[in-house]
Design a protein around this ligand. Sequence first.
Ligand SMILES: Nc1ncnc2c1ncn2[C@@H]1O[C@H](COP(=O)(O)OP(=O)(O)OP(=O)(O)O)[C@@H](O)[C@H]1O
Ligand SMILES: [Mg+2]
Length: 279
Amino acid sequence: MQVVATLSLKGGVGKTTVALGLAGAAQRHGVSTLVVDLDPQANATTALDPEPTTATVADVLDEPRRAVVERAIAPSAWGEGLDVLVGAEQTERHNHPDPGAAQLYRLDRALQRMAGELLADDGGNDSGLVEERYRLVIVDCPPSLGQLTRSALSAADRAILVTDPTMFSVSGVQRAFDAVQTERERSNDRLQPLGVLVNRVRPRNTEHEFRIAELRELFGPLVFNSVLPDRSAVQQAQGACLPIQAWDTPGAREISAVFTSLLGRVLRSASRDRPAASA
Ligand SMILES: Nc1ncnc2c1ncn2[C@@H]1O[C@H](COP(=O)(O)OP(=O)(O)OP(=O)(O)O)[C@@H](O)[C@H]1O
Ligand SMILES: [Mg+2]
């Protein structure tokens, strides 16, 4: 199980769009995936349109037991192979600016328990020979660096930093990198930045070109070569609760190709983490 968080300190730059695009690509490629909606706005949950559940991620953060996790997960309406740990407005109560260490690990514990690696609390066997339920877990973060985003970073193997190509992007990306670095030192030595994905790029826009060049100068190869163009298909597909991969327009195909390449990068980074014997 590989856990990937989509992160930015700024609102509206495309975290949820990237989480959904990656989830759609994973589903297309037969990678069993869970989307964890940590944002109290619950936009990812709305777009993935799961069946009603009797618990949400807010309950999971109250009580990170396997039984509660199970009640908060439902299959997405996008079809087989993609589930949602559903978001809710109540998650806001877990967004303290300065949380304690125990609170930060709750999401990680819940995910590990769900993955079958910590079965003792629910009376399961402890052989450790449990089949992997999800190969990929994608955590969609809210636009702040409080407890929720830090909980995601405490549980994640990789963070995708999402930005738009505007004058504030450099400082925003730098702060997001610092947050990843801090969390790696403080709570999670597995965590690494996967890279910076620039979203809503308009072709032949000199300001956008300038900002992308600036990002590349500062962050080098961590800035993905592929950028996401600004395409109305993104909003249309989200409005119809469909994956961008199911939207058959030239713009949607352009966006889908970027997500396929992002998925490749995510999966390759997972195989690097695995010990050679089990790879
Ligand atoms: N490449 C794109 N082309 C066109 N529209 C886009 C693109 N990326 C995102 N959008 C639109 O921009 C809006 C904000 O995107 P999104 O919700 O993904 O951002 P976010 O970072 O998750 O926001 P928040 O901080 O509120 O969680 C949405 O309406 C989305 O459909
Ligand atoms: Mg969002």
